[in-house]
Design a protein around this ligand. Sequence first.
Ligand SMILES: Cc1ncc(C[n+]2csc(CCOP(=O)(O)OP(=O)(O)O)c2C)c(N)n1
Length: 320
Amino acid sequence: MGAVGIAEIEKIEKRIRLCDYLSVAQLFLKNNFLLERELSFDDIKPRLLGHWGTCHGINVAYANLKSVYSEDPNYSFVLGPGHGFPALNANLWLDHKLEKVDSKATVDLAGLEYLCKEFSWPDGFPSHASPFTPGIITEGGELGYALANAYGLSLGHPEKTIAVLIGDGELETATALDSLNLHNLFDSAKNGKIIPFLHLNGYKISAPSIYARKSEREINELIRGFGFTPRWIQGDDTEDFQTALREETAAPFYIMQTEKGEGGPNAHHEAHQIPLKNPKTDGEELKTLAEWLESYQPRELFQDVFQAATTLNYDSGEQI
Ligand SMILES: Cc1ncc(C[n+]2csc(CCOP(=O)(O)OP(=O)(O)O)c2C)c(N)n1
């Protein structure tokens, strides 16, 4: 695979920005989804329930992998931390996958309103990935099974490529850690290719994860011990991320570093769930939320998305 150009890097970074915006909007907004007027208390959901901290990293991994594998019909993405559902839902919506199972989730303003309003809402989308989510077979609230599920999916399917994102807290579970042994059992030309990613954002809920306390050398030795080749990536270095994905490496195991809650008003231990507790009643918090949302420059981002969706509709004659 060749090197990636500047236009593709910009496209990936724009997609990440868009999906980060969509993640925040789902968590907080019940109105004014494009910030067309000044954000007010009335625009904020009365009950805030969901997880922000892991979302940026999910969006980074999803966008970078999509750039390499989007044309491969046998590519799958398996997500361990299903509590990062706003990010997953954002990506599924943007790629028109959600509307295939839910006709209201169109990629237009009405669909955007639906996505955000119905997130973590009675009779709407749940707060975690669930069997209602396209492509999901298990409830996303229980950590540990992502890698085992990916190996299961690969069995007898040499044509498949399956990327798996595992949280650093998730890798503390016995299930996830022991699933690394499946590499030795299933590494065969008869099975698909697994591309594991450890999402090293440093925290498990509000405390440092065990892997965040280990040195790079200790993590490398652990990973090599299971037969993989460790490759570190700084999540926000898109060029390096793309280089890493395009390198010829035997049994790669990527360690993707991001800052938990990156892009939001607070990081690390305070970013796991809802980083602003009272934007519906506290003027300062509302202002912080408005600045946070504006930092992604949403109107510019959505102009492109809605235009592309309309063009797709027109060109293909498809119902979207
Ligand atoms: C088996 C299991 N144990 C505990 C939990 C509770 N829990 C929810 S999120 C979380 C932290 C996960 O940390 P990590 O995998 O690093 O995800 P991130 O920090 O990126 O949110 C925990 C322990 C769970 N969901 N499943």
